[in-house]
Design a protein around this ligand. Structure first.
Ligand code: ADP
Length: 430
């Protein structure tokens, strides 16, 4: 087993993939796990990202889950721990960024860590401790209206201090611009003043790359996914095709679309317009007559069994907003969502049994349901298809398969076709 340089704890699933993708692009081989595994890592990698769903649960539960993840990462001998949260610092005065950070510091015996959600490639920059989203401050970005974590103060020192017992300080832009030695000196000065956590300014990738070597020795880092671009270099790793190499692909190809977002609707329409076989789920029936679930799944699979011979197939519930509203009006949003997710998840498993080994899933919740149905617990992260969306390789209950999990609004209009095209030449056997 080679060294596990980085053990990451992500507070949500797509955030975990985003972080894993950045690490791979910067040269690390990475596995993402779904929740805290109860078995050791099944392959040798440079970093592992444990995906939790702890962003908006009660702070004490988030702490408990994060500590579970930490203990597993320690059992795998992870050398540095990275707590990943959203690049808009999604939290409330009750947490969970502060309480989880402090619990991890306590458990690691760490007296100092950094906190920066800066991700300049995604328009998230921090200047004088203030978080900007694109051109505007956090509290004018729409995040002030978030239903669960409204962000009404862009001053991250103040925001984090309200969640922490330890003192929170700042490593400002002038210091970061001066480079590694200045940052190290500032960390020493903050430590001497009794500051335990410092927000770090960063307005460009160059800032993050200057920060990287200065935080090499911290046991714990806390950040969005941006800081990840600077960490592989601390171990002599550089971007390389080997970091994203996956086993050679095989088997049949299928797309499952359960997202109704604008981008996915355009992708579904484009794929159909290209002449690929497509099967629309009878969502009205599925939702209003739950007893017909099995029949609807069986029909979709019988159709797919014939169609798979012609190349990639699409099974979708994707619909326009009026159709979605009408279905939701009948049984409620949650029940409609779960009925469709359950059908797509059973179809995903059925498709794998029919020999599908390259699977594209569109939709965040839909992806979660399909991954569970397929019994997937760990995914190796491969090459990026579009920003934030990599191919992955996983052991499912049916056998090994390549899959990509696309958050609804991600990806270009030709994403489905592009994904399959890209997998063929770019992935070499390892
Ligand atoms: P996104 O990433 O775009 O948010 P998700 O998969 O997370 O996609 O969420 C889409 C939700 O909508 C899921 O719960 C899914 O089951 C549900 N859904 C999908 N198609 C329909 C439909 N035609 N009518 C009602 N709900 C639907």
């Amino acid at each position: 087993m080679s060294r596990l340089y980085l053990g990451c704890i992500a507070d949500d699933f797509t955030g975990a993939t985003d972080l894993a993708n950045n690490l791979v692009r910067a040269g690390m081989r990475v596995v993402q796990t779904i929740g805290v595994p109860n078995t050791p890592l099944d392959q040798s990698v440079d970093a592992v990202v444990v995906a939790l769903k702890s962003r908006t649960i009660a702070a004490e539960d988030a702490v408990a889950e994060s500590l579970d993840a930490l203990h597993w990462l320690q059992s795998q001998e992870a050398e540095q721990i990275y707590f990943k949260y959203c690049s808009t610092f999604d939290s409330t005065p009750a947490g969970n960024i502060g309480p989880v950070t402090e619990a991890l510091m306590d458990a690691l015996g760490s007296d100092f860590t950094i906190a920066t959600p800066a991700f300049p490639d995604n328009g998230r920059t921090v200047f004088k401790g203030h978080l900007f989203v694109g051109e505007v401050l956090l509290h004018e970005s729409g995040m002030q209206n978030h239903p669960l974590t409204p962000m009404t103060d862009p001053n991250l020192v103040r925001v984090l201090q309200a969640q922490c017992r330890r003192r929170v300080g700042l490593i400002d832009h002038r210091c970061v611009a001066a480079g590694e030695d200045a940052i190290r000196a500032r960390i020493d000065a903050l430590r001497a003043e009794g500051v335990g956590i410092a927000i770090v300014d960063a307005v460009s990738n160059a800032d993050l790359l200057r920060l990287g070597p200065a935080i090499r020795d911290l046991r714990l880092l806390t950040a969005g996914s941006g800081v990840a671009i600077a960490l592989p270099a601390n171990h002599g790793l550089v971007p390389s095709p080997q970091a994203s190499a996956l086993p050679a692909p095989g088997g049949s190809k299928a797309v499952l679309a359960g997202s109704c977002s604008q981008a996915t609707r355009a992708q579904v329409a484009d794929f159909i317009a290209q002449g690929h076989p497509a099967h629309a789920l009878p969502v009205e029936t599925l939702v209003s007559q739950p007893e017909r679930h099995g029949e609807i799944v069986a029909n979709a699979l019988a159709w797919a069994e014939q169609a798979l011979a012609q190349g990639p197939v699409l099974v979708y519930s994707t619909a326009d907003p009026d159709a979605v509203k009408s279905v939701q009006g009948r049984v409620g949003v949650t029940q409609a969502g779960s009925a469709v997710e359950a059908a797509l998840a059973d179809i995903a498993l059925g498709l794998a049994r029919l020999g599908v080994r390259q699977m594209v899933v569109a939709g965040g919740e839909t992806s979660g349901a399909c991954v569970n149905a397929l019994g997937i617990r760990q995914m190796q992260i491969g090459p990026q298809i579009d920003p934030g969306v990599p191919w992955c390789h996983a052991q499912s209950s049916v056998g090994p398969l390549h899959l990509t999990l696309k958050s609804g609004n991600f990806g270009s209009v030709d994403f489905f076709r592009k994904a399959f095209d890209q997998l063929q030449p770019s992935v070499s056997a390892v």
